[in-house]
Design a protein around this ligand. Structure first.
Ligand code: NDP
Length: 451
């Protein structure tokens, strides 16, 4: 007779913490999902018997490797690289590469776990993975970045492939780094194939990929507002970050008739009470990406703005908030400040930017809160479309891709509404995203049996 092991949420979390000691980001990410999933599967025996959540919360594999490279002064440098392949039940592993000194195995495991649910929500056949290195591209010459990327790919190529695992960019990995890594993959394997997304348009990159995450986060926000009978038009927004996601989110808010008041980087934030025009956003893009400059220089160029050193933008009063920099950049106090200032909706462009305590504050305040795994899925969705274009040796134009992106974000929103209904309160988008993302992966796993 089969003995069914029905562990409860507390016992599950206790075991998870024991098995993942010293990995707080990973534990935080699993905890947030597990709460909702336990409620959902309470009366669903099959998921318990097959230990589905326990299996999703144990990566299929974590590859860790040495990355050795030579700097411009001929010093030999040693970094650590990782690829976390979390789950490929519904498609090849898919998720970005992050190059940043804060990268650890815990951070990448949390991101790969989140990615599994996010990719499931897009409706496209993609599993979840994430990778990267503690390498800091800041202040490095192009040649140093090239040598690092080549060395990184010299190991990574064994673990990836268009039907196995398809990485993309993330913090510190943009078009330049993807180009160097794709070149090295092609050189080693002698194959031109869609092994990375976020490529340059000349070599198989999709139109709209750079814009997709930021635009998608705003489309998600627009869907949440519309569901509550409101719109972006005429509303003010505070945005953190000044990288790929933040600048494109700002651009889309502007296009939809909103006014963006802030951007930031790890040095502080700028507050522009006149709002960011397209010209100002273009200046930030160029300054941060091409010149690799700091956001504080914005005030020299546009003197009506002020710079707030070492601070985050959440104290500036606005209707909308879009955290688009990094994880845990918005805590309970920040959330309380936003609520006190009358924020109406929060849409996360970054991954897990709000702490668990911050999320509680938003839920208590009954405001519209779109978690990253749903709100920022537009990037990976267009990456999925890049994979389709590469496989079919075709390319779609911007117009067609924007229609597809808009549709996908609308579908993600609808799934969240379906599973996140919240008796009289606004939709619980966290619960909706967790359950909808989980269900598809879990059902695929059930079909495979015990593997
Ligand atoms: P970029 O590297 O282009 O930009 C990151 C931005 O965040 C920079 O402005 C950076 O400032 C700032 N930042 C980084 N660390 C900190 C910190 N500790 N405190 C304050 N600011 C910080 O990255 P992306 O825009 O691509 O990614 C931003 C977020 O969006 C990440 O969480 C990423 O995982 C997520 N995301 C990205 C996707 C994509 O398609 N790019 C897809 C889905 C999610 P500085 O220049 O000072 O380092």
């Amino acid at each position: 007779m089969a003995v069914t092991d029905h562990v409860d949420f507390a016992t599950f979390m206790e075991g998870l913490k024991k098995r993942n000691e010293g990995q707080p980001e990973f534990v935080q990410a699993v905890q947030e999902v597990a709460q909702d999933v336990f409620e959902f599967i309470a009366d669903k025996e099959a998921y318990h018997t097959a230990q589905i959540l326990r299996r999703i919360a144990e990566p299929d594999r974590v590859v860790s490797f040495r990355v050795c490279w030579e700097d411009d002064n001929h010093n030999i440098r040693v970094q650590r690289g990782w690829r976390v392949q979390n789950n490929n039940a519904i498609g090849p592993y898919k998720g970005g590469l992050r190059f940043h000194p804060s990268v650890t195995e815990s951070v990448l495991k949390f991101l790969a776990f989140e990615q599994t649910f996010k990719n499931s929500l897009t409706g496209l056949p993609m599993g979840g993975g994430k990778g990267g290195s503690n390498f800091n591209p800041k202040g490095k010459s192009d040649s140093e970045v090239m040598r690092f990327c080549q060395s990184f790919m010299t190991e990574l190529y064994r673990h990836v492939g268009p039907d196995t695992d398809v990485p993309a960019g993330d913090i510190g990995v943009g078009g330049r780094e993807i180009g160097y890594m794709f070149g090295q993959y092609k050189r080693i394997t002698n194959r031109w194939e869609g092994v990375l997304t976020g490529k340059g348009k000349e070599f198989g990159g999709s139109d709209l990929r750079p814009e997709a995450t930021g635009y998608g986060a705003v489309y998600f926000l627009q869907n949440m507002l519309k569901h509550s009978g409101e719109d972006v038009e005429g509303k003010t927004a505070v945005i953190s970050g000044s990288g790929n996601v933040a600048t494109h989110a700002a651009e889309k808010i502007l296009q939809l008739g909103g006014k963006v008041l802030t951007l930031s980087d790890s040095g502080g934030f700028i507050h522009d009470p006149d709002g960011l025009s397209q010209e100002k956003i273009d200046w930030v893009k160029e300054h941060k990406t091409l010149r690799r400059g700091r956001i504080k220089d914005y005030t020299k160029e546009f003197p009506t703005a002020t710079f707030h050193e070492g601070k985050r933008p959440w104290s500036v009063a606005a209707d909308l908030a879009l955290p688009c920099a990094t994880q845990n950049e918005l805590d309970a106090d920040d959330a309380k400040t936003l609520v006190a200032n009358g924020v109406r909706a929060v849409s996360e462009g970054a991954n897990m930017p709000t702490t668990l305590e911050g999320v509680h504050v938003f839920h208590e305040a009954n405001l519209l809160y779109g978690p990253g795994k749903a709100a920022n899925a537009g990037g990976v969705a267009v990456s999925g479309l890049e994979m389709s274009q590469n496989a079919g040796r075709i390319s779609w134009d911007n117009e067609r891709l924007e229609v597809l992106l808009t549709d996908i974000m609308g579908q993600i929103h609808n799934q969240c509404v379906e599973y996140g209904e919240n008796s009289g309160k606004v939709v619980n988008y966290v619960k909706g995203a967790n359950i909808a993302g989980f269900k598809k992966v879990a059902d695929a796993m059930l079909s495979y049996g015990v593997v």
